[in-house]
Design a protein around this ligand. Structure first.
Ligand code: ATP
Ligand code: MG
Length: 481
């Protein structure tokens, strides 16, 4: 361990020496690249140019301090030194006129009339953005999101042709991104951002060198670690683990769900996609957990979602629900079901585990079993405890009514305060539509639940009928009072 530290220190010293040598070399390279000689430039431009060289040299010092030697060599193409990896068919402007005698490396970017000097306050381009990786397209400085300072350099012509563009190869942008992920800046518009027991922002202000190793995944860059700061695991289902994360770029909290297993087969990857495709097709609804984005990484599937406070899982809800709370949850999830059924989608896994609460608003989540009502997609029913008899008999004629049964069974469980059985007499009597009396609750709600779990799907109310049930008028009035 000790030996490692000594080695690190001496290589750091060596780098610093090399960097100061580099300043001179880079200056010479840039002068040649830009076609500027100290004797021909004006005083003001040479001062600006000197600033440019100094700041470029500073950038090179920063890069060299935090990246390895391989990256450092890569960084030379950012400074417009000879670029041997730029492809031959690069898309330079037709009007460019090369003078091969004056330009030492024929494939390097040309001399410029205006140089856009980038001062990096932070590295805002994500490594997986189309402009920064996996592509050999030329990246224009003016189009990315860096803060820019213009440094005017005397108009220089080569064979009379004026150069109007400045280009940076994508490898250079990728390098910048590898040096440091976007900063984690507290979002001032979010009131609850300060209500945390830990300070992720403080953590992110730690030295970027420390972060560098954290953002590297097994096969290179990790989108998850580059874009998000993981705070804690907040849940786990049969297929996924869910984490509370802070998105570095916007300073807001999200839930990111990651598949437990690596999905190698095309069929399982397609299955995983169904969940996000359903969510994306549905769009926004107040009573549905919001969906933001998804991606595969290291063969695992990630979904970025709205962060909720908790689910209604029987293990997580400590207190018994009052009738008013039960009616509120029932009404709001019925509205979510009305919304999705009207879009031709069935959820097929409605249960307390998949109902979330956020700031007192109930939201339906986990669309892993979602399918189309017209039966044109494969049907994969959810938790058997909440499934009606017809679906266990593989009768898929009324898939929307399957959700109504599941919602009735879920609400019954919440009122009862103990988990439903997976088999046995209680399981069977629920599928026969027999609900034991619920002491302390109105007959009105008990009758409503009874009709929701009717063995005949046709007799169950639709989500729309449920939403419009007069039982909620009383509850709505109480809300207004
Ligand atoms: N958006 C969210 N906000 C807060 N917690 C969440 C969120 N999504 C999921 N969770 C938590 O993570 C748990 C597992 O999530 P989810 O049910 O989506 O995973 P799953 O593997 O698909 O589960 P299942 O076994 O039900 O199929 C949930 O029960 C809940 O506690
Ligand atoms: Mg779930």
């Amino acid at each position: 361990m000790k030996r490692k530290q000594t080695l690190k220190k001496s290589s750091g010293d060596k780098r610093r020496k090399e960097n100061s040598k580099m300043k001179g070399t880079l200056a010479r390279h840039l002068q040649v690249q830009l076609g500027i000689s100290s004797s021909t430039t004006s005083t003001s431009s040479s001062t600006s140019f000197q600033n440019l060289l100094e700041s470029v040299a500073e950038d090179s010092t920063l890069a060299a301090d935090v990246v390895d030697d391989k990256d450092f060599i890569l960084s030379q193409d950012f400074f417009c030194t000879p670029d041997y990896i730029t492809p031959d068919n690069q898309n330079l402007l037709n009007s460019f006129d090369f003078n091969k005698e004056n330009v030492p490396c024929p494939k390097s970017p040309e001399k410029l009339t205006t140089i856009k000097r980038k001062r990096c306050r932070g590295f805002f381009v994500t490594p997986l953005s189309p402009t920064s990786c996996g592509s050999q397209d030329i990246v224009e400085l003016a189009t990315d999101t860096f803060d820019t300072d213009e440094v005017k350099v005397d108009r220089t012509t080569v064979n009379g042709a004026q150069k109007t563009q400045n280009h940076v190869p994508p490898s250079a942008v990728a390098l910048r991104c590898r040096v440091m992920p976007p900063p984690c800046i507290k979002n001032p518009y979010q009131k609850d951002a300060s209500e945390m027991d830990i300070d992720p922002f403080g953590y992110q202000r730690a030295k970027c060198a420390g972060l560098f190793s954290a953002i590297m995944g097994g096969n290179g860059l990790s989108r998850y670690h580059t874009d998000f700061h993981e705070i804690e695991q907040i849940g786990a289902g049969n297929f996924s683990c869910v984490f509370k994360v802070l998105k570095r770029i916007d300073g807001c909290f999200y839930a990111v769900k990651r598949s437990k297993r690596q999905l190698y087969q095309d069929t399982e990857r397609r299955k995983a996609l169904m969940e996000v495709q359903a969510l994306a097709a549905l769009g926004f609804h107040e009573n549905i957990v919001g969906y933001y984005s998804s991606w595969f990484e290291d063969e695992q599937f990630y979904i970025q979602m709205e962060l909720c406070d908790h689910s209604l899982s029987i293990n997580k809800v400590s207190k018994l629900f009052t009738e008013g709370e039960v009616l509120k949850a029932l009404h709001q999830i019925a509205k979510a079901l009305q919304f999705i059924h009207e879009k031709g989608i069935a959820h097929l896994d409605v249960k307390p585990d998949n109902i979330y609460v956020k700031n007192g608003v109930y939201k339906l989540g986990d669309f892993g079993c979602a399918t189309l009502l017209d039966k044109s997609l494969p049907i994969d029913e959810g938790d058997a405890r909440y499934m009606p008899q017809e679906i266990l008999n593989e009768n898929y004629d009324d898939l929307d009514k399957v959700d109504i049964f599941s919602l009735g069974a879920s609400i019954y469980e919440l009122i009862k305060g103990s988990p439903l059985q997976e088999s046995g007499p209680q399981f069977l009597s629920l599928r026969d539509g027999k609900l034991p009396l619920l002491p302390g609750h109105s007959l009105q709600i008990q009758n409503l639940l009874k009709v929701m779990v009717d063995p005949d799907p046709v007799r169950r109310p639709s989500a729309k009928e449920l939403v419009e049930n007069p039982i909620f008028d009383r509850f709505q009035k109480n809300l207004k009072a």
